[in-house]
Write a protein that binds this ligand. Structure first.
Ligand code: DGJ
Length: 725
């Protein structure tokens, strides 16, 4: 049993294969956190349940005896809570802020009851909470705040094989009017062991760069208030300590299953405990609750490893592939994709596209994607979004698809469903479909405004328009883009609500459209995108098994972006293409793109025969290795480009029979002894390397690959390994 409850001690134990998570119901029926870390087969409650009595202990009035001697001081601000209450003696920030009928924010949630069951379906408003489950155990704990007639349900699902616990939180109102000002999905109090945190910050064309920071005293947080998870921060965070490396040491991972405004905060208090919590960003968020109304927060994924970041990433990657991505393509070899965007942008017609398709056979791609520019009034980015009618004067899709099929290619199309240009027919007819008050000066970004995804009529409109095209033409792939922040938001159908809550409804509406389209067209491969990688999160991966990871197609810059992205997200989800950028050879560009979905983004008629041959060489590797070693394999990061002169990673098939290794150096280096130790192989196997050597797993993992030679700028060492008898 993964979840246990000890009736005597009232301790809950949530066990995965390698981790334990413990908390208990204390004498006052408050949930206190005890432990999260390496698996504990036994424990001593007296040793686990520690609190600090600094001489200023706090305790409840009704616990005071005449002599004031026998009090319990677990209500001190040092206690570790599973759900902290607001406006109490605990002075750390609380995960919930609910304004009560009398305008107070005092909440005191006490344990009422719990149930442990096997997963029974999807009672959630979040489509992505419908995990692919295989008898996982669920714990639901009901906490009640009597004064305000409010219930909170904490839900935990335990995934033993992936060492993951998912948490979520639901607020159920009773008869009294209460108003949510903040509702996070989780909070977790840890005893500090000098943790630092790793987060993924960035910008357009600069996504998911790594930053490691000490957790300082006080509060720090990462967040988004752009209406999407964003380029600026990813809704994920890792805690680690000084001795943690890729292959050793403790680390905790947190990732929200959410694509809207989020916040993950850290607070280190004077007792050196760390409170980590997160969920929907509370900025401008007010949600009044009607009698008996419920509000459900998005899920968060928690995982722990005591074997470093690589093992933590394995937990995330396995979990995402098995339980988040629902697309049938998750374990499939994806077609080699050629996207038109960087080849001809908006400048094309039927003839040019067909010529492009015909020429592309030189590079053996298997899918051609017509990016932005195929619909009416779309010859630049000033107009066209929202009407979704094919510009038949510009491009004849029937002929294009026919050319694809003649050349044995699949066909894909670009959409940006959530956006509208103000010069369109839709804007003239339905100003009410647009987010933003009529009486203010709205901000255009990339010349576009945003549709009101909280309005079901808008969702129906988009579903009908898009599905008409998907039904009429033979379309195998859809790229779903999103090219601006949301700002000044206001809804004609949801008047009188706070912006923060409206952002949330817009996110849920977007999920609704994703759900309808991906479930109506299960054979279409959907790829997410938001000005490159501005919406790369677990909420999106539920619908799209891959996401375009950045508009930065300079291969050297991409190594940093792909490296950062790989901490949480499997390589099979990281949209990566070979571009025309001349900074490296085509071979090097292809080797880098191979550690992602793999594809091209250049005009095939403009490359030389030599370049074509280099690409074909890596295409061959793609067909032999990508599915086993990369799509389904285990990733090992070998050298961190943010901290060294090398980018290096390898990916090994689950059965350890195949692997792909890449090392790229940045600055030129003179010859010196250099050995790259490999990981994850079977020490008893012999491997044939693509350089012709046969080397044992034992040797490769203990001595490594010998790269004692000159390394010029952007040289690579690229090897495939295959088991031989
Ligand atoms: C932004 C995307 O990231 C690009 O790949 C491309 O699809 C453009 N949008 C098209 O407008």
């Amino acid at each position: 049993m993964a979840i246990k409850f000890n009736k005597d001690t009232k301790v809950f134990t949530l066990d995965t294969n390698n981790t334990s998570y413990l908390f208990f119901v204390n004498e006052d029926n408050t949930l206190e956190h005890l432990y999260y870390g390496n698996k504990l087969n036994s424990y001593n409650l007296n040793y686990l349940h520690k609190f600090i009595n600094g001489g200023w202990s706090s305790h409840y009035l009704d616990k005071v005896t005449l002599e004031e001697k026998e009090f319990k001081d677990y209500y001190s601000e040092s206690a570790l809570y599973e759900l902290a209450n607001s406006c109490t003696y605990d002075k750390r920030e609380s995960p919930l802020l609910i304004k009560n009928k009398d305008n107070s924010f005092y909440n005191n949630f006490r344990y009422l009851k719990h149930k442990i069951y096997k997963y029974e379906g999807n009672p959630s408003i979040y489509p992505h909470s419908l995990h692919k489950l295989d008898n996982e155990e669920v714990l639901e704990i009901e906490l009640y705040d009597e004064l305000n007639d409010l219930t909170v349900i904490l839900k935990y699902i335990v995934f033993p094989f992936e060492n993951v616990i998912s948490r979520s939180l639901k607020i159920k109102n009773g008869k009294l009017p209460n108003t949510i000002h903040k509702a996070y999905s989780f909070s977790l109090d840890l005893m500090n062991k000098e943790y630092s945190y790793l987060h993924f910050y960035g910008d357009w064309s600069y996504e998911r760069h790594l930053e490691k920071s000490k957790i300082s005293y006080g509060k720090q947080y990462i967040s988004s208030f752009t209406g999407r998870s964003g380029h600026e921060e990813n809704p994920s965070l890792i805690l680690f300590n000084d001795s943690t490396s890729e292959s050793n040491g403790e680390c905790f991972g947190f990732s929200l299953v959410y694509s809207g405004n989020f916040k993950i905060s850290l607070e280190r208090n004077k007792f050196d405990s760390i409170r980590v919590m997160g969920g929907i960003n509370e900025e401008c968020f007010i949600k009044p609750l009607e009698a008996f109304e419920e509000f459900e927060c998005p899920e968060v994924i928690l995982t722990y490893s005591n074997q470093g970041f690589n093992a933590l990433s394995h937990n995330f990657h396995d979990f995402i592939r098995e339980h988040i991505i629902t697309s049938k393509f998750v374990h499939e070899e994806r077609p080699i994709l050629l996207n038109s965007w960087e080849g001809f942008y908006f400048d094309f017609d039927t003839e040019k596209v067909i010529d492009y398709i015909t020429k592309s056979k030189n590079i053996d791609n298997e899918l051609f994607v017509l990016d932005d520019g195929w619909f009416i009034n779309r010859n630049d980015d000033l107009n066209g979004l929202g009407d979704w009618e094919i510009d038949t004067n510009k491009v004849d899709l029937n002929k294009v698809i026919e050319a694809c099929h003649k050349n044995n290619l699949k066909f894909g199309l670009w959409f940006e469903p959530e956006m509208i240009n103000h010069k369109t027919k839709l804007f003239k007819e339905h100003r009410d479909y647009v987010l933003g008050r009529k009486d203010i000066n709205l901000v255009l970004s990339r010349h576009q405004l945003v549709l009101d995804m909280s309005n079901d009529e808008v969702i129906d409109y988009l579903f009908n328009k898009i599905s008409k095209i998907l039904n009429t033409y033979d379309i195998d792939y859809v790229k779903w883009d999103h090219n601006r922040y949301l700002s000044e938001i206001y809804s004609e159908v949801n008047k009188g609500i706070s912006e923060g809550y409206l952002y949330h409804l817009v996110t849920l509406g977007t999920y609704k459209l994703f759900y309808k389209l991906t479930h109506s067209f299960p054979n279409i491969l959907f790829e997410g995108c938001a000005s490159g990688g501005g919406r790369f999160d677990l909420g999106m991966l539920y619908y799209t098994p891959q996401i375009w990871c950045s508009d930065e197609t300079d291969p050297i810059q991409r190594t940093f972006i792909q490296y950062g992205t790989s901490y949480i997200y499997p390589l099979s989800t990281i949209g990566a293409h070979v571009s025309k950028n001349p900074i490296t050879s085509y071979k090097t560009k292809a080797e880098i793109a191979l550690f992602g979905t793999y594809g091209f983004e250049f005009n095939p008629s403009k490359i030389t025969l030599e370049d074509t041959l280099e690409i074909k060489e890596i295409n061959e590797v793609f067909h032999k290795f990508h599915k086993d070693a990369i799509v389904d394999g285990d990733l090992y990061r070998l050298s961190n480009p943010f901290e060294s002169n090398y980018f290096s990673m390898m990916s090994v098939s689950k059965n350890k029979e195949k692997a792909v290794v890449l090392l790229l150096n940045y600055k030129k280096e003179t010859p010196r002894y250099r050995f790259l130790k490999l990981y994850g192989l079977n020490e008893n196997y012999n491997y044939l390397l693509s350089n012709g050597e046969v080397v044992s797993g034992e040797h490769l993992m203990n001595v490594g690959i010998n790269i004692t030679r000159w390394l010029n700028e952007f040289d690579t060492e690229f090897l495939t390994l295959i088991k031989v008898d």
